[in-house]
Design a protein around this ligand. Structure first.
Ligand code: GRF
Length: 197
């Protein structure tokens, strides 16, 4: 199974996928890593594994980003994984790869999600609201933001003296288990249509 991973930052979720491939948990290969941020540390993680890296600076590509990604990936991969990818995909790629793009979000959707809700902000909001349980969600990507069918979720407790940083770390650990699990579920069951029932 050939997949692509899209990143914008540190790439710890990319690393979790790389580790899952090395351990044999995932039976797939990463054909390409695409970053919309030229200074994403995830680029180094990919390069150290001799994976093709494409840097498509969103400041330069702007509205053309999605079409450029489609050009690169069309016919090359069966699944596109957004792992800490902050640009919003739109247009033809959503049709060509319908049911074959997944995203991981650091909350239990439909809470604390939608445009502008990413990174540490998600955890700040969860703490402000006072939820006792939060977690992460892997879902299919559709035309909306964080609105596609949910594939799997992992819950984590919110503790008394949690800071946003402490909570983010706890959720990130759950993400690193959830994303490889979701990829395996999809690749092994071939259920690449919208949602898994
Ligand atoms: C983190 O906020 C994570 O929760 C979300 O994307 C951000 C960066 O993740 N999925 P990564 O370390 O770049 O994978």
């Amino acid at each position: 199974h050939k997949i692509a991973v899209l990143i914008s930052g540190g790439g710890s979720n990319l690393q979790a996928i790389l580790d899952s491939i090395d351990s044999g948990y995932l039976n797939c290969s990463i054909e390409a890593v695409i970053s919309d941020n030229p200074s994403a540390y995830g680029i180094e993680r990919a390069r150290s594994k001799n994976i093709d890296v494409f840097i498509l600076n969103k400041k330069i590509y702007g509205d053309r980003l999605s079409d450029e990604i489609l050009k690169i990936l069309s016919g090359r991969v069966e699944l596109i994984v957004l792992a800490g990818f902050l640009s919003i995909l739109k247009g033809d790629i959503l049709k060509s790869f319908k049911g074959r793009i997944i995203n991981i979000h650091p909350s239990l959707i439909p809470s604390f999600c939608g445009s502008g809700m990413y990174g540490i902000k998600v955890h700040k909001s969860a703490l402000e609201y006072g939820v006792k349980i939060t977690g992460c969600t892997v879902h299919f990507v559709d035309e909306g933001v964080d609105t596609g069918k949910i594939i799997l979720q992992k819950a984590v407790p919110v503790l008394e003296d949690d800071t946003p940083e402490i909570l983010q770390k706890r959720v990130l650990e759950a993400e690193h288990r959830a994303l490889p699990e979701a990829i395996r579920l999809i690749l092994n069951s071939g259920k690449q249509r919208e949602g898994i029932k």
